[in-house]
Design a protein around this ligand. Structure first.
Ligand code: PLP
Length: 354
């Protein structure tokens, strides 16, 4: 069964990766290619590596496990669960951390496996997701980490824009460099990695405002969608149509725009609202809300209107299209980040590489 499918243009992806990686490398910043947007698909991750990323990174250990045969350092992005440290040490070389209890568990597990697991301590610069908010707590944690075996304090990092929408600027990002210097002065440790943020920090690289010393960015959305995410701008010389959803038409009929009878709740418990456009040519295609949120897709045929859908059906109005569609035709959609995530997660949507 090959529909619905997501087509992934690996050549365009490689171009995006090369373009963005080289602009980061020029500023002495290494890129960790973030694979969680496409569930750690190894074939796509391999293109990241061919395009020049220095690390692969994902928030889920299951995805890192899929990447185990690609020989490059791997980073776990989400703070480890205590219940998964065994797999974290097995499949990640580095993890982002903010709890000493978890770091102790990683240390114990790494010793058992005769490995050294690297730690990046997360600093909360105001976005209020993960990380140490009070600076003295960072130094407190460092004093404990240096006494542990099996783990190495590899660096510090931050994550912005994800929860609080805080925009990465020179003045907040530079705090990482100040902390790095204090760690050098107080503990004589040269932190290897200063991980400055995600795709929302790229604008600082492009406009020359990234503080010197930030030497890693963890990039997902910018690589797969060619988007800088602090302001949503398109990145020069990149593609935004790497992932395309293709679905198949299973019914085409002329019907009124408003259902006949008393309107109650739809399949999801909401009371639907309809716009009366008269009698319209409607298409049902074989994909549904189990696979995709309708807000995450845009028909490439601009004359198609998305009317709605249920778990397994997508209803389109094709009346205005210049194409006279028939049953069996394939309809193509652009996907946003959420759309790429959910279609690559759905076991009912096949991934095809072109
Ligand atoms: C998801 C994630 C990233 C990548 O974010 P993009 O906006 O896709 O670049 C980086 N760091 C952490 C901690 C993440 O969870």
């Amino acid at each position: 069964m090959s529909y619905p499918r997501v087509e992934v243009d690996l050549n365009k992806l490689k171009h995006n990766v090369k373009t963005i990686v080289s602009r980061c490398n020029e500023k002495d910043i290494k890129v960790a290619g973030v694979t969680k947007g496409f569930c750690g698909d190894p074939k796509i991750a391999k293109v990241y590596v061919d395009g020049g990323v220095s690390f692969l990174a994902d928030s889920r250990v299951e995805n890192l496990k899929k990447l185990r045969n690609i020989d490059i350092p791997k980073i776990l992005l989400r703070l480890p669960m205590l219940s998964e440290v065994e797999y974290v040490v097995q499949y990640a070389d580095i993890s982002l951390n903010s709890e000493i209890e978890t770091i102790k568990a990683l240390s114990k597990q790494a010793l058992e496996f005769n490995k050294v697991h690297k730690i990046i301590l997360m600093v909360d610069l105001g976005d209020l997701r993960e990380g140490y908010f009070k600076e003295e707590e960072i130094y407190d944690a460092i004093e404990k980490i240096i006494k542990l075996e099996g783990v190495k304090l590899e660096g510090i990092g931050t994550n912005l824009t994800c929860h609080g929408g805080i925009i990465p600027r020179k003045d907040n990002t530079i705090r990482l460099i100040e902390i790095k210097q204090k760690v050098k002065e107080n503990y004589n440790i040269d932190l290897e990695i200063i991980s400055g943020g995600n795709s929302s920090s790229l604008h600082l690289v492009f406009n020359g405002e990234m503080p010197e010393g930030i030497n890693q960015l963890r990039l997902g959305e910018s690589l797969i969608l060619g988007r800088e995410t602090a302001f949503g701008g398109k990145i020069k010389d990149t593609f935004n149509d790497i992932f395309t959803l293709v679905v198949e038409a299973i019914e085409l009929k002329e019907k009124p725009s408003i259902p006949i009878g008393e309107i109650g709740m739809d399949a999801f418990g909401n009371k639907p609202i309809f716009v009366d456009r008269g009698i319209r040519k409607r298409m049902i295609s074989a994909i549904g809300k189990q696979d995709i949120d309708l807000e995450n897709i845009t028909p490439i045929d601009k004359d198609i209107i998305i009317i709605g859908g249920s778990s397994d059906h997508l209803i389109l109005d094709v009346t205005d299209s210049k194409i006279d569609y028939s049953v069996g035709d394939k309809i193509r959609f652009k996907l946003d980040y959420g759309g790429i995530l959910s279609t690559t997660t759905s076991e009912y949507v096949k991934t095809v590489y072109i």
